[in-house]
Design a protein around this ligand. Structure first.
Ligand SMILES: Nc1ncnc2c1ncn2[C@@H]1O[C@H](COP(=O)(O)OP(=O)(O)OP(=O)(O)O)[C@@H](O)[C@H]1O
Ligand SMILES: [Mg+2]
Length: 395
């Protein structure tokens, strides 16, 4: 067993060594993952709110539309707290889990490597905590992160394993912070009692503070604010908004300046406006502008990049035309042209876009929302993909 561990750990070292050798300078506008505070814009008030919740043992739920920066904010917060000896910080994303068993595997995987870094001790810890559930330990080929798989046959085994994990956490000297990303996923599990089960462990464990996060606002708000549900009032909320455009402009300009390059004020205004200040879409444009290597960037260069992005995505967007009914597609296009709409049944809107009966539009609206193509925020509907919106506007 020991030899197998050594081989795997050696493989990871070799992998990291190789990537470091061939690494290009960092593009300061990541579009996938959080890197470090240098590449992270603002969110100072949100950071204070998160740390305050952690320090005062209050659970908190972060909610925002997709790709606005929830995961990056949690990562940023954990990065800021990484030297706090009194805290142990754990993050896991349950988007891909389909049931309680997979949830428990992921939870134990995210905890197991933390308290012991030596493989032998890690194994001993695992056996002590979850030995009765015949755990199998493996390591991710690329990241080296440990993964635990438990053999859980019955519902009572699932409940017992969860109890064993929380019992183990309650005995830690450090306070435990667990961030569960895409938390609404638990409402899709086939097991009936997941909410109640989790709630009871979280409630009875003052040593554990939870950060929940997700983009399905309706689902998450009802999870925590409906009287009859187990999680009722067990968490505060952080509704994440767009980054202040003025701060975003300063942030973008500073990264170009650092590289000895210049981006014009009007170009910054154009980006923020075109991408509607939505984090991911702003990042994607800036990433490409930075990659272009141009020394001076004005509006024509930004337009060129936005044109390229839409061209690249066109094949994907054409698929929507076949995927949606004619009335759904017409409605999507109409909302894109208006940027956002408040009253979808207003007769002026229906006639302007030749959408037909209000009842058909209401059904199409529901279908588009279910498919996550549009979202309802601040009393109006808009497209969730800004690039798709800009592409439809050009059709
Ligand atoms: N404050 C920020 N400054 C700079 N980049 C950011 C900031 N917040 C997020 N990003 C970047 O924007 C992209 C989208 O952010 P992130 O994945 O955190 O969004 P999300 O809300 O978790 O999305 P999803 O709902 O799809 O999970 C990432 O590349 C991330 O690094
Ligand atoms: Mg996320």
């Amino acid at each position: 067993m020991r030899n197998a561990f050594c081989v795997i750990i050696e493989k990871c070292r070799t992998f990291v060594g190789k990537t470091q050798l061939s690494m290009k300078p960092q593009n300061p506008f990541p579009t996938l993952e959080y890197i470090s505070p240098v590449y992270f814009c603002d969110r100072e008030a949100e950071l204070v709110q998160l740390i305050d919740s952690i320090d005062n043992q209050r659970n908190i739920t972060i909610i925002s539309p997709r790709r606005l920066g929830k995961t990056a904010l949690i990562r940023h917060c954990f990065h800021q707290l990484k030297n706090r000896k009194d805290l142990s910080l754990h993050y896991f994303d349950i988007y891909a889990t389909r049931n309680l068993h997979e949830f428990i595997n992921l939870l134990s995987s995210s905890l197991i490597g933390y308290f012991e870094s030596k493989p032998e001790k890690m194994l001993a810890q695992l056996v002590k905590m979850l030995g009765q559930f015949r755990p199998k330990l493996s390591f991710d080929e690329l990241s080296g992160a440990p993964a635990v798989e438990l053999s859980l046959q019955s519902d009572s085994e699932k409940e017992q394993s969860l109890a064993a994990i929380f019992n183990y956490l309650s005995k830690q000297k450090q306070r435990v912070v667990i961030a569960i990303d895409e938390f609404q996923q638990i409402t899709n599990y086939p097991e009936q009692n997941v909410e109640a089960l989790l709630r009871s462990h979280i409630q009875s464990n003052p040593n554990v503070t939870m950060i929940f996060s997700g983009s399905n606002r309706r689902m998450l708000v009802s999870l925590f604010s409906e009287y009859a549900r187990p999680f009722y009032q067990s968490s505060g909320f952080l509704f994440l908004d767009k980054i202040d455009p003025e701060l975003y402009k300063v942030f973008i300009a500073s990264h170009f300046k650092k590289a000895g390059r210049k981006i014009a004020e009007e170009a910054l205004g154009f980006i923020l406006d075109w991408a509607q200040g939505h984090t991911y879409f702003v990042q994607e444009i800036c990433n490409r502008l930075y990659a272009s290597g141009l020394a001076a960037i004005g509006i024509p260069e930004v337009k060129q990049v936005t044109f390229q992005i839409l061209e690249e995505r066109a094949p994907l967007y054409h698929v929507f035309q076949n995927m949606l009914t004619a009335s759904q597609y017409a409605l999507l296009k109409a909302i894109a042209h208006e940027t956002s709409i408040e009253k979808h049944t207003a007769s002026s809107f229906l006639t302007r876009h030749k959408l037909g009966a209000a009842s058909t539009v209401a059904r199409s609206l529901e279908a588009l929302e279910t498919k996550d193509l549009i979202l309802f925020e601040n009393n109006s509907y808009s497209l969730s993909d800004i690039f798709l919106m800009r592409w439809l506007q050009r059709q």
